[in-house]
Design a protein around this ligand. Sequence first.
Ligand code: SAH
Length: 293
Amino acid sequence: MAADEHLEGTQAAPTPEEVGASYDEFGLLYELILGDSAIHIGMWTPPDGAATASTMTDLANLAMDRQTDYYIAALGLGPDDHLLDIGCGTGGPAVRLAGATGARVTGITISGSQVPLCEARAREAGLSDRVRFALGDAMALGEEHADESYDAAWAIDSFPHMSDRPAALRNAWRVLRPGGRLLLTEFTRRGNARPEHLAVFRSVWTSPAPESPTTVLGLTAEAGFDLVRMENHTHSLGVTGELMDFLYRDHHDTIRKHYGPETTAGMDAAMPVLREFVRDHLGYHVYLLRKPH
Ligand code: SAH
């Protein structure tokens, strides 16, 4: 415990502005090492066998779509429902949910460059009337998001960036109607990471030290949520960590051309440490929560 406290003290949590700037700068990198259907870890099992892929990027996009579909099914929304997408990335999951269910979606992101990308994606899908996006901070959700105005919310791979998770949970709780569900994913702590692991997670992934799955559950309970279901998807995170490493190498020339030799040298040094951290010390948990009636 004392060691953990020491490690956490070594790095201040990133500000929301820093997180936004990082997505503004590294959007292309994520596309190259992860694909463009979403920016989340994907789901590698169970394989549904319904689609094929001929490149690693296709495979990652399929895994990410499969994960989005799994979360869509978990929430079970219909055309009368309105979902808040907390940390909507480039809009892939929001547009996919609106297309599959007919539900309305409002997405917020802390990255200014992501908003037009989200809007373009919704336009291309012919869903601009169902899906809206805005720049916003989930830890300080504005009054344009009225109390009890959403039927459900999801936060896919956005909470790991949050410096104040209790505030983000309080905001989600406020805007959900009683009985409304929140689907939350978290990169969770496994074992004792080394300071250099956490430093790389902080600088490359713009994330504070991860919390244990138990701590996360405690925070959701403190915010007033009931737990419907909790799942461990750490296996998928392991596969994605490996895949990002492959794709980083495959696209190294493009990455170097775009980001320049200095930034690329920094990433070259960070990638193996990140890879080790993800493999040995990072978990991935999914929480399906409900605001009680
Ligand atoms: N949920 C999306 C994107 C995940 S990437 C997907 O599954 O594809 C993480 C996202 O969280 C980014 O869009 C980032 O801008 C957003 N984010 C991080 N911190 C945030 C905050 N404080 N408020 C709003 N969005 C935030």
